[in-house]
Write a protein of this length. Sequence first.
Length: 296
Amino acid sequence: MISIKWYVVYYLLGLATLAVLADQVPPISITEKTQIDPELYNKAVNHARSLPSSEGQLLIQQLMEGNIDALYTIAQSLNQHDDRLTSVKLWHALADGSASHVLSAAALGFSYYEVDKEQALKYFVQASEGNGEDSAPHQSSLFNAGRLFLELNDPSSALAYIRSCATCWKEYPKFCGGLTHTCKEAYTTLSNQIQSETTSPPGIQDAADMFLYSSLDDFPSTKEFKLYDKGMQHLQNYAEEEDKKKGISHLLKAQKELTQLQGKAKDKLSELQHYLLGIILTRIEVLLNTDAHDEL
């Protein structure tokens, strides 16, 4: 016969088990790729119910069907109704999961912009890449990522992203178009700033990194790119070479390839590419004179 005290123990153990289970409520699956904390999901549903009947009913129906865009729309509405914390949590659930929801990532970029620029940049970059191999880039996120890179003193990355914003219409005319003119203007302005050195003057590595993004006309093409690529490879070999004589040989080869590019593609290079190539060749000349002097 079980005594009263053991009934009490079993009862308390039962309560403890229920408490543990309550803490382990599994997340609610919207789709195979998107799972939401139950409390957060309930807040979203309750907010949808508070909206005008037709709108709210449609959003709830879409949620039941696994439409994550509906959850994004509810988060937008929450944000507009001053529940920014819940909206940001919902956008995180959509952007950080394997669904990598593009619009939610873009929304997080704007949400963090004033308080954490590094975090804002992370989400603008994520959104700019689209979702999956066949997904178009998010044009406004390309622009905003470029703008933030510049604010964070990375003009090379800024140029690359703003260039992508200005040219993505070529491959994705249906999705990229609205900001193309703005991005072209921003690209021209940034190019002029780099040449006038209103940004920090690029070093040889920065100039090399920027060169391929320094024309809106997809230049250099295959033939000229080989000259540039060979020149860069010789510079890389120089940087890794411990023997000074061999290092000088690599510098001379780099100088030869890049001088040929400068001459053969004179009318095809953009003004910024001429400027950057000049920086690289000038730096090579300085290195040659220094290393040759040290050899003597």
